[in-house]
Write a protein that binds this ligand. Sequence first.
Ligand SMILES: [Zn+2]
Length: 139
Amino acid sequence: MPAARGVHEAARALRDSYRCDCDGKVRRLRVLSREDGAEQVASNVEAITGQRYDGCPWRAYEDPFVGEVLRAYRHWKERSLHLVWGDDPPVALIRGLEVYDAALNAIRAHDMSEDRKKREQERQKQLNERAAKKGRGRP
Ligand SMILES: [Zn+2]
């Protein structure tokens, strides 16, 4: 599957650009430039969510708090958090879920808006091509 391999390679290249050792590779440290994938993603996330993250996102998965929020998220969305955390879940967990949910919603809304723009551009391009063909066909 070339498309899946392309996505995998893009993810690996992005992870490499964080220059982090969390994947077991030791890399020389260097300053990130605006052209680095890591910086571009961090800048986009900041522009969309208003939050700037520091460091490697893969490293964040090792943080027990992040792991707990990710584990709790589905239960929170399904309003079944009490099944795992009881009737009085930690306030910090709830706040983490709210922050994660807000960021996820902002990014999904952004992606949907970008998809809509792309479809509209494609539709407009097709209409223009059809109009040009009709125009050429006339004497
Ligand atoms: Zn890392």
